[in-house]
Design a protein around this ligand. Structure first.
Ligand SMILES: NC(=O)c1ccc[n+]([C@@H]2O[C@H](COP(=O)([O-])OP(=O)(O)OC[C@H]3O[C@@H](n4cnc5c(N)ncnc54)[C@H](OP(=O)(O)O)[C@@H]3O)[C@@H](O)[C@H]2O)c1
Length: 341
Protein backbone atom coordinates (compact mmCIF):
# COMPACT_ATOMS: atom_id res chain seq x y z
CA UNK A 1 0.00 0.00 0.00
CA UNK A 2 1.63 3.34 -1.06
CA UNK A 3 1.95 5.97 1.66
CA UNK A 4 -1.07 8.26 1.89
CA UNK A 5 -1.44 12.04 1.97
CA UNK A 6 -1.74 11.77 5.73
CA UNK A 7 1.58 9.95 5.86
CA UNK A 8 3.36 12.59 3.80
CA UNK A 9 1.85 15.35 5.93
CA UNK A 10 2.96 13.65 9.11
CA UNK A 11 6.43 12.42 8.19
CA UNK A 12 8.20 15.73 8.41
CA UNK A 13 5.96 17.31 11.00
CA UNK A 14 6.81 17.05 14.66
CA UNK A 15 4.24 15.35 16.88
CA UNK A 16 3.85 14.81 20.61
CA UNK A 17 5.25 11.74 22.34
CA UNK A 18 5.86 10.86 25.98
CA UNK A 19 9.47 9.60 25.96
CA UNK A 20 11.45 7.81 28.66
CA UNK A 21 15.19 8.51 28.92
CA UNK A 22 17.98 7.21 31.10
CA UNK A 23 21.61 8.17 31.37
CA UNK A 24 22.74 5.08 33.25
CA UNK A 25 19.90 2.57 32.70
CA UNK A 26 18.72 3.05 36.31
CA UNK A 27 17.48 6.58 36.94
CA UNK A 28 14.83 7.39 34.37
CA UNK A 29 13.38 10.67 33.25
CA UNK A 30 10.13 10.76 31.31
CA UNK A 31 8.71 13.81 29.55
CA UNK A 32 6.46 15.01 26.77
CA UNK A 33 8.50 15.90 23.66
CA UNK A 34 8.08 16.72 20.02
CA UNK A 35 9.56 14.06 17.74
CA UNK A 36 9.18 12.97 14.10
CA UNK A 37 8.57 9.56 12.54
CA UNK A 38 12.32 9.27 11.98
CA UNK A 39 12.72 9.02 15.76
CA UNK A 40 10.48 5.92 16.00
CA UNK A 41 11.50 2.27 15.76
CA UNK A 42 11.00 0.29 12.54
CA UNK A 43 7.78 -1.30 11.36
CA UNK A 44 5.59 -1.73 8.31
CA UNK A 45 2.58 0.03 9.80
CA UNK A 46 2.14 3.66 10.90
CA UNK A 47 -0.88 4.37 13.09
CA UNK A 48 -2.42 7.70 14.01
CA UNK A 49 -3.15 7.04 17.68
CA UNK A 50 -6.63 7.75 19.02
CA UNK A 51 -6.35 6.37 22.57
CA UNK A 52 -3.85 4.67 24.83
CA UNK A 53 -4.22 3.82 28.53
CA UNK A 54 -2.25 3.63 31.76
CA UNK A 55 -1.28 0.20 33.04
CA UNK A 56 0.73 -0.72 36.13
CA UNK A 57 3.69 -1.51 33.89
CA UNK A 58 3.57 2.01 32.41
CA UNK A 59 3.92 3.45 35.90
CA UNK A 60 6.88 1.16 36.62
CA UNK A 61 8.51 2.17 33.32
CA UNK A 62 7.97 5.92 33.56
CA UNK A 63 9.01 6.27 37.21
CA UNK A 64 11.85 3.75 37.12
CA UNK A 65 10.17 1.78 39.96
CA UNK A 66 10.62 -1.30 37.76
CA UNK A 67 13.10 -2.04 35.00
CA UNK A 68 10.80 -2.36 32.01
CA UNK A 69 12.65 -0.70 29.11
CA UNK A 70 15.46 -2.73 27.56
CA UNK A 71 16.84 0.30 25.72
CA UNK A 72 16.60 4.09 25.95
CA UNK A 73 15.12 6.37 24.93
CA UNK A 74 11.74 4.89 24.07
CA UNK A 75 8.23 6.27 23.82
CA UNK A 76 6.23 4.88 26.79
CA UNK A 77 2.83 3.17 26.66
CA UNK A 78 2.21 -0.57 26.36
CA UNK A 79 -0.93 -0.20 24.26
CA UNK A 80 -2.60 1.94 21.61
CA UNK A 81 -5.64 1.98 19.33
CA UNK A 82 -6.01 4.10 16.23
CA UNK A 83 -6.17 4.30 12.45
CA UNK A 84 -3.57 3.00 10.01
CA UNK A 85 -2.20 5.81 7.84
CA UNK A 86 0.43 3.77 6.01
CA UNK A 87 1.17 0.06 5.63
CA UNK A 88 3.48 -2.12 3.57
CA UNK A 89 2.09 -5.24 5.27
CA UNK A 90 -0.49 -6.90 2.97
CA UNK A 91 -2.61 -7.91 6.00
CA UNK A 92 -3.11 -4.29 7.07
CA UNK A 93 -4.60 -1.52 4.90
CA UNK A 94 -4.61 2.25 5.19
CA UNK A 95 -7.75 3.32 7.03
CA UNK A 96 -7.98 0.13 9.09
CA UNK A 97 -8.78 0.56 12.77
CA UNK A 98 -6.30 -1.46 14.81
CA UNK A 99 -5.24 -2.29 18.36
CA UNK A 100 -1.68 -2.95 19.46
CA UNK A 101 -1.07 -4.22 22.97
CA UNK A 102 1.92 -5.89 24.55
CA UNK A 103 4.37 -7.19 21.92
CA UNK A 104 7.42 -5.00 22.52
CA UNK A 105 5.70 -1.66 23.10
CA UNK A 106 7.60 0.41 25.67
CA UNK A 107 9.97 -2.49 26.32
CA UNK A 108 12.07 -2.90 23.18
CA UNK A 109 10.08 -0.67 20.82
CA UNK A 110 8.53 2.81 20.93
CA UNK A 111 5.12 2.62 22.57
CA UNK A 112 1.63 4.03 22.45
CA UNK A 113 1.93 7.35 24.31
CA UNK A 114 2.28 9.32 21.06
CA UNK A 115 0.21 10.89 18.32
CA UNK A 116 1.83 8.52 15.79
CA UNK A 117 3.04 4.97 16.40
CA UNK A 118 5.04 2.68 14.08
CA UNK A 119 4.93 -1.10 14.57
CA UNK A 120 5.49 -4.37 12.72
CA UNK A 121 2.28 -5.50 10.98
CA UNK A 122 2.44 -8.76 12.95
CA UNK A 123 1.67 -6.81 16.13
CA UNK A 124 -1.59 -5.29 14.90
CA UNK A 125 -5.01 -6.68 15.80
CA UNK A 126 -7.92 -5.63 13.57
CA UNK A 127 -10.53 -3.76 15.63
CA UNK A 128 -13.33 -6.29 16.18
CA UNK A 129 -16.86 -5.35 15.08
CA UNK A 130 -18.68 -3.53 17.87
CA UNK A 131 -15.48 -2.24 19.50
CA UNK A 132 -14.00 1.24 18.92
CA UNK A 133 -10.66 2.77 19.91
CA UNK A 134 -12.00 4.29 23.13
CA UNK A 135 -13.55 1.02 24.28
CA UNK A 136 -10.48 -0.97 23.23
CA UNK A 137 -8.24 1.22 25.39
CA UNK A 138 -10.83 1.34 28.18
CA UNK A 139 -9.98 -2.34 28.40
CA UNK A 140 -6.39 -1.98 27.19
CA UNK A 141 -3.64 -4.34 28.25
CA UNK A 142 -5.32 -4.86 31.63
CA UNK A 143 -8.61 -5.94 30.07
CA UNK A 144 -6.94 -8.04 27.40
CA UNK A 145 -4.94 -9.82 30.10
CA UNK A 146 -8.06 -10.48 32.18
CA UNK A 147 -9.78 -11.92 29.09
CA UNK A 148 -6.69 -14.00 28.19
CA UNK A 149 -6.67 -15.44 31.71
CA UNK A 150 -10.34 -16.44 31.55
CA UNK A 151 -9.80 -17.85 28.04
CA UNK A 152 -6.90 -20.00 29.27
CA UNK A 153 -8.82 -21.12 32.37
CA UNK A 154 -11.82 -22.16 30.28
CA UNK A 155 -9.58 -23.98 27.81
CA UNK A 156 -8.50 -25.92 30.89
CA UNK A 157 -12.11 -26.79 31.80
CA UNK A 158 -12.96 -23.99 34.24
CA UNK A 159 -16.75 -23.78 34.55
CA UNK A 160 -19.00 -21.79 36.90
CA UNK A 161 -20.20 -25.03 38.55
CA UNK A 162 -16.69 -25.61 39.95
CA UNK A 163 -17.22 -22.78 42.43
CA UNK A 164 -16.45 -19.10 43.00
CA UNK A 165 -13.49 -17.39 41.36
CA UNK A 166 -11.45 -15.20 43.67
CA UNK A 167 -9.86 -12.05 42.18
CA UNK A 168 -7.26 -10.01 44.07
CA UNK A 169 -5.97 -6.52 43.27
CA UNK A 170 -9.69 -6.23 42.66
CA UNK A 171 -10.01 -2.48 42.23
CA UNK A 172 -7.09 -2.28 39.75
CA UNK A 173 -7.41 -2.53 35.97
CA UNK A 174 -6.98 -6.29 35.57
CA UNK A 175 -9.03 -7.02 38.69
CA UNK A 176 -11.95 -4.74 37.79
CA UNK A 177 -12.26 -6.08 34.24
CA UNK A 178 -11.85 -9.70 35.39
CA UNK A 179 -14.73 -9.30 37.87
CA UNK A 180 -16.93 -7.78 35.17
CA UNK A 181 -16.15 -10.45 32.55
CA UNK A 182 -16.41 -13.38 34.97
CA UNK A 183 -19.76 -12.29 36.35
CA UNK A 184 -21.09 -11.82 32.80
CA UNK A 185 -20.03 -15.41 32.07
CA UNK A 186 -22.06 -16.69 35.02
CA UNK A 187 -19.25 -17.17 37.54
CA UNK A 188 -19.72 -16.30 41.18
CA UNK A 189 -16.90 -13.85 41.99
CA UNK A 190 -15.23 -12.98 45.28
CA UNK A 191 -13.23 -9.74 45.19
CA UNK A 192 -10.21 -9.36 47.46
CA UNK A 193 -9.20 -5.75 48.02
CA UNK A 194 -7.07 -3.65 50.33
CA UNK A 195 -9.51 -0.74 50.04
CA UNK A 196 -12.21 -0.56 52.72
CA UNK A 197 -14.24 1.91 50.67
CA UNK A 198 -14.50 -0.18 47.48
CA UNK A 199 -17.36 -2.56 48.31
CA UNK A 200 -20.05 -0.68 46.42
CA UNK A 201 -17.80 -0.30 43.34
CA UNK A 202 -16.86 -3.99 43.28
CA UNK A 203 -20.43 -5.23 43.85
CA UNK A 204 -21.51 -2.88 41.05
CA UNK A 205 -19.12 -4.74 38.72
CA UNK A 206 -20.66 -8.09 39.64
CA UNK A 207 -18.74 -9.35 42.70
CA UNK A 208 -21.02 -11.35 44.96
CA UNK A 209 -18.67 -11.07 47.94
CA UNK A 210 -15.97 -8.51 48.82
CA UNK A 211 -13.24 -9.36 51.34
CA UNK A 212 -10.47 -7.23 52.81
CA UNK A 213 -7.35 -9.15 51.90
CA UNK A 214 -5.41 -7.72 54.84
CA UNK A 215 -7.79 -9.48 57.25
CA UNK A 216 -7.42 -12.98 55.75
CA UNK A 217 -6.07 -15.84 57.84
CA UNK A 218 -3.80 -17.61 55.37
CA UNK A 219 -2.84 -20.63 57.50
CA UNK A 220 0.32 -22.64 56.93
CA UNK A 221 -0.76 -26.17 56.01
CA UNK A 222 0.13 -27.54 52.55
CA UNK A 223 -3.58 -28.15 51.97
CA UNK A 224 -6.19 -25.90 53.58
CA UNK A 225 -9.97 -26.31 53.40
CA UNK A 226 -11.05 -25.78 49.78
CA UNK A 227 -12.94 -22.56 49.00
CA UNK A 228 -12.33 -21.47 45.41
CA UNK A 229 -13.25 -22.94 42.04
CA UNK A 230 -10.38 -20.89 40.65
CA UNK A 231 -8.41 -17.68 41.11
CA UNK A 232 -7.07 -14.67 39.24
CA UNK A 233 -3.92 -13.47 40.96
CA UNK A 234 -2.57 -9.97 40.35
CA UNK A 235 -0.35 -9.79 43.41
CA UNK A 236 1.99 -12.78 43.75
CA UNK A 237 3.59 -13.55 47.13
CA UNK A 238 1.78 -15.12 50.12
CA UNK A 239 -1.71 -14.69 48.73
CA UNK A 240 -0.86 -16.69 45.59
CA UNK A 241 0.53 -19.45 47.79
CA UNK A 242 -2.75 -19.43 49.74
CA UNK A 243 -4.75 -19.71 46.50
CA UNK A 244 -2.86 -22.91 45.63
CA UNK A 245 -3.74 -24.35 49.06
CA UNK A 246 -7.46 -23.41 48.97
CA UNK A 247 -8.47 -24.13 45.36
CA UNK A 248 -10.87 -27.01 44.73
CA UNK A 249 -9.81 -30.12 42.80
CA UNK A 250 -9.15 -29.38 39.10
CA UNK A 251 -9.51 -25.62 39.55
CA UNK A 252 -7.28 -23.14 37.72
CA UNK A 253 -5.25 -20.25 39.09
CA UNK A 254 -4.16 -17.59 36.61
CA UNK A 255 -0.89 -16.00 37.74
CA UNK A 256 -0.83 -12.50 36.24
CA UNK A 257 0.89 -9.98 38.44
CA UNK A 258 3.43 -9.15 41.07
CA UNK A 259 2.03 -6.02 42.71
CA UNK A 260 2.72 -7.53 46.17
CA UNK A 261 5.85 -9.54 45.39
CA UNK A 262 7.61 -12.04 43.16
CA UNK A 263 7.85 -14.94 45.63
CA UNK A 264 5.68 -18.02 45.60
CA UNK A 265 5.77 -20.44 48.48
CA UNK A 266 3.73 -23.64 48.26
CA UNK A 267 4.21 -27.39 47.96
CA UNK A 268 3.45 -29.95 45.26
CA UNK A 269 0.51 -31.27 47.33
CA UNK A 270 -2.26 -29.12 45.72
CA UNK A 271 -1.00 -30.14 42.29
CA UNK A 272 -0.67 -33.88 42.82
CA UNK A 273 -3.54 -34.43 45.29
CA UNK A 274 -6.07 -31.89 43.98
CA UNK A 275 -4.99 -31.61 40.35
CA UNK A 276 -5.07 -27.83 40.41
CA UNK A 277 -3.38 -25.90 37.58
CA UNK A 278 -1.28 -22.78 37.86
CA UNK A 279 -1.51 -21.00 34.51
CA UNK A 280 1.12 -18.40 33.70
CA UNK A 281 -0.44 -15.46 31.86
CA UNK A 282 1.81 -13.37 29.65
CA UNK A 283 0.04 -10.72 27.58
CA UNK A 284 3.23 -9.75 25.71
CA UNK A 285 4.31 -13.04 24.15
CA UNK A 286 1.04 -13.91 22.42
CA UNK A 287 0.73 -15.05 18.81
CA UNK A 288 -1.26 -12.78 16.47
CA UNK A 289 -3.77 -15.60 16.04
CA UNK A 290 -4.45 -15.90 19.78
CA UNK A 291 -4.47 -12.11 20.22
CA UNK A 292 -7.18 -11.81 17.54
CA UNK A 293 -9.14 -14.71 19.05
CA UNK A 294 -9.15 -13.10 22.51
CA UNK A 295 -10.15 -9.64 21.20
CA UNK A 296 -12.95 -11.31 19.23
CA UNK A 297 -14.16 -12.98 22.42
CA UNK A 298 -14.10 -9.54 24.10
CA UNK A 299 -16.42 -8.37 21.31
CA UNK A 300 -18.58 -11.48 21.79
CA UNK A 301 -19.15 -13.85 24.68
CA UNK A 302 -16.58 -12.12 26.94
CA UNK A 303 -17.94 -8.60 26.48
CA UNK A 304 -17.68 -6.22 29.44
CA UNK A 305 -20.93 -4.86 30.87
CA UNK A 306 -19.61 -2.18 33.23
CA UNK A 307 -16.79 -0.49 31.32
CA UNK A 308 -18.41 2.90 31.92
CA UNK A 309 -17.91 2.35 35.67
CA UNK A 310 -14.39 0.93 35.29
CA UNK A 311 -13.05 3.75 33.08
CA UNK A 312 -13.16 6.69 35.45
CA UNK A 313 -10.47 9.00 34.01
CA UNK A 314 -9.80 10.32 30.53
CA UNK A 315 -6.63 12.40 30.31
CA UNK A 316 -4.35 14.04 27.73
CA UNK A 317 -0.75 13.07 26.95
CA UNK A 318 0.40 16.24 28.72
CA UNK A 319 -1.20 15.05 32.01
CA UNK A 320 0.42 11.60 32.14
CA UNK A 321 3.18 12.28 34.69
CA UNK A 322 0.66 13.25 37.37
CA UNK A 323 -0.98 9.83 37.51
CA UNK A 324 1.79 7.23 37.79
CA UNK A 325 2.23 7.49 41.58
CA UNK A 326 -1.35 6.23 42.17
CA UNK A 327 -0.35 2.97 40.48
CA UNK A 328 2.91 2.59 42.38
CA UNK A 329 1.12 3.32 45.68
CA UNK A 330 -1.71 0.87 44.88
CA UNK A 331 -4.36 3.56 45.44
CA UNK A 332 -5.69 3.43 41.87
CA UNK A 333 -9.24 2.30 41.10
CA UNK A 334 -10.41 1.24 37.66
CA UNK A 335 -8.87 2.41 34.40
CA UNK A 336 -7.43 5.63 32.98
CA UNK A 337 -7.51 6.20 29.23
CA UNK A 338 -5.24 8.63 27.41
CA UNK A 339 -6.59 10.69 24.51
CA UNK A 340 -3.94 10.99 21.80
CA UNK A 341 -5.56 13.10 19.10
N1 LIG B 1 1.21 -10.98 33.00
C1 LIG B 1 0.87 -9.98 32.21
O1 LIG B 1 0.96 -10.06 30.98
C2 LIG B 1 0.32 -8.75 32.84
C3 LIG B 1 -0.50 -7.87 32.09
C4 LIG B 1 -1.07 -6.78 32.75
C5 LIG B 1 -0.80 -6.58 34.10
N2 LIG B 1 0.02 -7.43 34.76
C6 LIG B 1 0.31 -7.27 36.18
O2 LIG B 1 -0.91 -7.46 36.89
C7 LIG B 1 -0.91 -6.66 38.06
C8 LIG B 1 -2.15 -5.79 38.04
O3 LIG B 1 -2.10 -4.90 36.94
P1 LIG B 1 -3.13 -3.70 36.83
O4 LIG B 1 -2.93 -3.06 35.51
O5 LIG B 1 -4.48 -4.18 37.21
O6 LIG B 1 -2.56 -2.76 37.99
P2 LIG B 1 -3.30 -1.59 38.76
O7 LIG B 1 -4.41 -1.03 37.95
O8 LIG B 1 -2.21 -0.70 39.24
O9 LIG B 1 -3.97 -2.33 40.01
C9 LIG B 1 -3.24 -3.09 40.93
C10 LIG B 1 -4.11 -3.32 42.17
O10 LIG B 1 -3.40 -4.25 43.02
C11 LIG B 1 -3.58 -3.88 44.38
N3 LIG B 1 -2.23 -3.55 44.90
C12 LIG B 1 -1.33 -2.68 44.39
N4 LIG B 1 -0.20 -2.66 45.09
C13 LIG B 1 -0.36 -3.57 46.06
C14 LIG B 1 0.46 -4.05 47.10
N5 LIG B 1 1.70 -3.57 47.29
N6 LIG B 1 0.00 -5.00 47.89
C15 LIG B 1 -1.22 -5.47 47.71
N7 LIG B 1 -2.07 -5.06 46.75
C16 LIG B 1 -1.63 -4.13 45.92
C17 LIG B 1 -4.53 -2.71 44.40
O11 LIG B 1 -5.86 -3.26 44.43
P3 LIG B 1 -6.73 -3.43 45.79
O12 LIG B 1 -6.50 -2.15 46.57
O13 LIG B 1 -8.13 -3.57 45.32
O14 LIG B 1 -6.22 -4.61 46.52
C18 LIG B 1 -4.32 -2.09 43.03
O15 LIG B 1 -5.43 -1.33 42.63
C19 LIG B 1 0.40 -5.87 38.03
O16 LIG B 1 1.36 -6.56 38.83
C20 LIG B 1 0.80 -5.91 36.57
O17 LIG B 1 2.19 -5.78 36.40
C21 LIG B 1 0.58 -8.50 34.15
Amino acid sequence: MPPSQDWFRSINNPFKAFRIHSEDGRRVEARLEEITLDDLGDGEVVIRGAYSSINYKDALAATGAGRILRRFPLVGGVDVAGTVISSTDPRVAEGDEVIVNGCGLSETHDGGFAEYVRVPGEWTTPMPAGVDARMAMGLGTAGFTAALAIHRMEQNDQVPELGPIVVNGATGGVGSVAIDLLSQRGYEVTALTSKTTATEYLKGLGATEVLNFKELELGERPLEKVIWGGAIDNLGGDILGWFTRTTKPNGNIASIGLAAGIDLSTTVMPFILRGISLLGINSVEVSRELRIAVWNRIAGDLAPAHLDQIVNREIELADLSRYFSDYIDGTVMGRTIVRLS
